[in-house]
Design a protein around this ligand. Structure first.
Ligand SMILES: Cc1cc2nc3c(=O)[nH]c(=O)nc-3n(C[C@H](O)[C@H](O)[C@H](O)COP(=O)(O)OP(=O)(O)OC[C@H]3O[C@@H](n4cnc5c(N)ncnc54)[C@H](O)[C@@H]3O)c2cc1C
Length: 386
């Protein structure tokens, strides 16, 4: 068994590491929480940061040259995410575009759609959101009720979406809607590109546990979407949505590095704490779990490098890292004790650890809840009855 990356991948890692050393803003590299006066300013900063990364062709390293990437393969993308997290670099903000929309359009879009949208996703000139979840359709998306009625060369779309990350800044959204109300559940669904600046779209931010408002409710009232914006054939949207959803899971190198760094924080905190024995157990468990998460990632990466399909095992990666994260964060809170409640300059790491604890409560919900991942593993990996 060879557990090393290829020489080409290691060369890319060295080049990127040097680039990040020169370019990551000092405030981020220090590891303290970076505060912005408002979400608008934070978003503008992150959009400019992605633009800078893209100018030097670091965003979408695994995308084909034709669409603005380096054609460097999945191993390179894994390394990109690892190195970004290692350098504590600000995130690629147009993640939905890069990770979900790009691959979905490359598989199912027309050449015209690819030429029009793909390169601008990498540069973050166009920000994208994912209009899938609805108030009555989250885990079971086939229950969606948003309708798209054909009227000449447009669809007229009416309905409500919810939990739509970054919709308030998005230029475009990928939307699934029912085009055939008579067809059974998954059959009558179509997949289309919506210009978020169209008349009839009302975006209302929702405040999260962290105090931030990254996600939104999106109301669509008779929104006109050109038929040319349909991705794939009418009524075949469910298959395309599966491509999008498969890319939400898979490997999680970014999460792996974030949790490795969290482990370092935890060890530092534990050394400075009065040990009650159980904290020591928690730190040891965290160290073992991060190692297991790494091996899970490598197993899936090996499959991807060989060109094998991801399969239902990707649910295992998602389930494992998200629940590991919550256990680790609980241990971090225990190590911080009452100091976890401090805010501002007096807070440990200026509140980064407490923010992180709150943020990762969502990890067992987004990209499919833990219960849903367990159902997939039970039925499709273990072959248990429904
Ligand atoms: C931070 C964050 C960002 C998000 N961003 C987006 C986005 O950009 N775009 C988007 O479209 N969506 C987004 N979502 C929505 C996310 O995909 C849904 O929250 C998720 O799919 C769960 O759906 P739901 O919230 O409707 O919960 P429900 O499906 O109503 O589930 C409620 C509970 O019932 C359980 N449950 C449901 N079905 C089953 C079952 N068959 N067996 C066992 N238990 C079950 C669930 O596990 C859960 O505990 C985001 C969510 C979060 C938290």
């Amino acid at each position: 068994m060879d557990l090393t990356f290829s020489p080409a991948a290691e060369e890319l890692r060295a080049e990127l590491r040097a680039w990040l050393a020169d370019n990551v803003p000092r405030a981020f590299a220090s590891g303290d929480a970076v505060e912005f006066p408002s979400l608008d300013e934070e978003f503008a900063f992150l959009q400019a940061w992605q633009g800078r990364l893209a100018r030097d062709r670091w965003v979408g390293v695994h995308w084909p040259h034709a669409y603005g990437g380096r054609g460097a393969g999945v191993e390179a993308n894994y390394i990109f995410q690892e190195e970004m997290a290692r350098a504590r670099a600000p995130e690629v903000i147009n993640r939905i575009g890069v990770n979900l929309v790009g691959p979905s359009l490359m598989h199912h879009g027309t050449e015209e759609q690819k030429q029009r949208y793909l390169a601008r996703i990498l540069s973050c000139e166009d920000v994208w959101c994912q209009l899938f979840s609805e108030p009555g359709a989250g885990s079971d998306l086939t229950a969606l009720r948003t309708v798209a009625v054909r009227d000449g060369d447009v669809y007229r779309v009416t309905g409500q979406k919810v939990w739509t990350s970054w919709a308030q800044y998005a230029h475009y959204g990928i939307l699934i809607a029912r085009t055939d109300p008579t067809a059974s559940k998954a059959r009558g669904i179509s997949y289309m590109i919506v210009d978020m600046r169209s008349p009839g779209i009302d975006v209302r931010p929702l405040r999260q546990l962290t105090g931030s408002s990254e996600f939104n409710e999106v109301f669509l009232d008779d929104v006109r979407v050109p038929v040319a914006n349909l991705v794939g054939a009418e009524g075949k949207g469910w298959e395309i949505a599966q491509t999008t959803l498969a890319h939400e899971r898979g490997t999680a190198p970014r999460q792996l590095v974030i949790h490795r760094t969290l482990l370092e924080d935890l060890v530092r905190l534990a050394r400075a704490s009065a040990d009650d024995g159980s904290l020591r157990q928690g730190v040891a468990a965290a160290a073992i779990e991060v190692e297991i998460a790494k091996l899970n990632n490598w197993r899936t990466l090996t499959r991807l490098v060989r060109g094998e399909p991801l399969g239902p095992e990707s649910s295992f990666i998602k389930l494992y890292w998200s629940e590991m994260s919550q256990r680790m964060h609980d241990t971090v809170m225990r190590a911080l004790g009452p100091r976890a409640a401090l805010v501002g300059h007096d807070a440990p790491a200026r509140g980064r650890l407490a923010d992180s604890y709150l943020y990762y409560r969502a990890a067992s919900i987004f990209a499919g809840t833990s219960e849903v991942q367990r159902n997939i593993i039970a039925q499709r990996v273990l072959g248990l009855p429904r």
